[in-house]
Write a protein that binds this ligand. Structure first.
Ligand SMILES: Nc1ncnc2c1ncn2[C@@H]1O[C@H](COP(=O)(O)OP(=O)(O)OP(=O)(O)O)[C@@H](O)[C@H]1O
Ligand SMILES: O=P(O)(O)OC[C@H]1O[C@H](OP(=O)(O)OP(=O)(O)O)[C@H](O)[C@@H]1O
Ligand SMILES: [Mg+2]
Length: 282
């Protein structure tokens, strides 16, 4: 049975459960459940603190886990990303009151508050900066107002939390993060159960980012139309009852669907339809 760690709380937890559900896995019914078995898929899910997941996975007790790239790196655990999942996207940045610092070089001798001590200490050391790091569990934006630190390093998504605290980012982003699937460094690479799990999640990612497009066009326009909708391998082209016309079917990135429909219309394609993809295996 495949043993998988899933975030039990925080920003990662809801979207991770939703993605697993879309991939056909049973998920817990109550937020207090700490572990469930999905016998049909031969998978056991352990609901753990996101910050602890890399540690469990690196220990080899659990086969794979879903966590944030920033949490994985911060933990220093011997685990690696095997599939980025595209949700819980954030950047990790320094911030302070306006005028406190313009870049990392201005941090020498200052105190930085953060929940990600591992990332911050390494980033400062890599840049040869001697600064103190204070570990706080959360709500670090308040640390400056309360005099615990002059600068913070924290997760930024919309920037609302920083603005509300009267703070501004400075310097280059320390890292970009998103939810990732991780496994132990050195774990057997092509274990069939793990590969099947990854294919299912990849199927969800593709279903979320592509739509199916169907249209009719005149044979003379087919080459131009196919150039607009090359599909993954190549589009399906079927004859229509009316001679000189064909029906074309191809997957297209959802973000580009409207532009492609306009371009197809301009070259004479008609009856252009897009439909959602619910699941797929590439
Ligand atoms: N506002 C946010 N937007 C996007 N991702 C976020 C946000 N806040 C945290 N994350 C991401 O979520 C992960 C942290 O998860 P964790 O559950 O520890 O914190 P949290 O979402 O802030 O929840 P908590 O309320 O428990 O602090 C990290 O990968 C981080 O990058
Ligand atoms: O840029 P924003 O969209 O405002 O998002 C970033 C904020 O979200 C998270 O905080 P959370 O609400 O989880 O509280 P925490 O600081 O206690 O973890 C993170 O720690 C930042 O504070
Ligand atoms: Mg938080």
């Amino acid at each position: 049975m495949l043993r998988i760690a899933v975030p039990n709380k925080g920003s990662l937890s809801g979207p991770a459960a939703e993605m697993l559900h879309e991939a056909g896995y049973q998920q817990r019914r109550e937020s207090k459940e700490l572990r469930i078995v999905d016998p049909e898929n031969e998978v056991e899910f352990f609901y753990l603190r996101p910050r602890d997941i890399a540690i469990y996975v690196s220990s080899g007790k659990l086969d794979i886990g879903i966590t944030g790239r920033d949490l994985l790196i911060d933990s220093g655990a011997s685990a690696e990303t095997i599939l980025p999942l595209g949700f819980a996207r954030s950047t990790f940045r320094f911030a302070g009151k306006p005028g406190t610092a313009a870049g990392i070089a201005d941090l020498a001798g200052k105190t930085v508050a953060t929940s990600y001590e591992g990332i911050v200490a390494k980033h400062l050391a890599d840049n040869g900066i001697d600064a103190s790091v204070v570990h706080l569990d959360g709500a670090v934006e308040t640390a400056i107002e309360l005099g615990v630190a002059e600068v913070i390093a924290d997760v930024v998504e919309t920037g609302t939390s920083l603005r509300n605290a009267g703070l501004e980012v400075f310097g280059d982003p320390i890292m970009k993060s998103e939810a990732v699937v991780i496994r132990r460094v050195g774990a057997e690479a092509d274990e069939p159960k793990v590969q099947q799990f990854l294919r299912r999640l990849q199927g969800v990612l593709v279903a979320r980012t592509y739509v199916m497009m169907d249209y009719d066009c005149r044979v003379e326009q087919l080459e131009k139309a196919v150039a607009l909708t090359p599909g993954l391998e190549s589009p399906t082209v079927s004859p229509l009852h009316n001679e000189g016309w064909v029906a074309v079917r191809a997957m297209v990135p959802s973000k580009e669907a409207q532009r492609i429909m306009d371009d197809l219309y301009d070259i004479g394609a008609r009856a252009i339809l897009t439909t959602a993809i619910h699941a797929c295996r590439l």
